[in-house]
Every structure is written in structure tokens, then in C-alpha cells.
Design a protein around this ligand. Sequence first.
Ligand SMILES: [Zn+2]
Length: 138
Amino acid sequence: MHEVSLCRQLAASVTRATTGRPGGPSRVEAVYVTVGELRQVVPEALEHAWTFVVRGTALAGARLVLHQTPAVVVCDDCAHSARLPRQLGFTCCACGSAHTHLTSGEELVLTAVDVDDPPAAPAAPHEEGVLDGTLSPS
Ligand SMILES: [Zn+2]
């Protein structure tokens, strides 16, 4: 099932990005991913696979936040751009040219990671303003 292997790759990228930082590993709260619609990823399936893949790892509990981008074809001859039709035709619908290229729709990009940094006990909301001075190193 390709959602699981996608999630394994994502988890590995997130782990690489969040370990080895000063102050030790941070708890990851959310992972933001942009997926082009040509990837044919079912968001619910990817989220389910993510939960399964990160269970029991340092990433357990991290939310996967998906942003899907449409597939857009741009014509090289007349510069017309259009959402890719469902039949996956690559011919320009304005001038009929076959010289077109995709500008989006195939990406699968890890765009951001929210971390709880540093991994300390959560502060009570009304104490937010008095944390300065107790957390600064050196
Ligand atoms: Zn055209």
C-alpha cells in the first residue's frame, strides 16, 4: 500500500529534521505536507497510514496536515493555463497545442514541522509572560 511507504519516507525526513538539534529531540506536534492531486493520494488513507507508521516512535501523536494542490497544465505556445482535465489530456484546451507542461500536481513536499521546543512541562497560560530569564542558557 503506497500510503504506508510514503508515510515512512515522511517520518524519516521529519526525524532527520528534528533530531540532532541543540537541546535534544523536540516533540513533533504537526507535520505539514503538500500533495499534488496527480499523486492520487487519498487524504484519509494517508492520515490513517501516518497514525499507523508513527505509532510507538518519537513521532507518535504528531498530526499530519495535508494540503492538496491541483494539477495545472500550462501551454508553451499560448501560455494558457488550466486545471488538468480528469481524462488526463495534456493538449492545450485553448489552442490545441501539444506543447504543454505541468506546473503543479506531482509534488509531495514536506512543507513544515511544528515542534514543541523545548520539551519542558507545559506552562499554565497565565504564566506565559514570566518565563523569560528562567529558560535562557548561559
Ligand atoms: Zn495553447
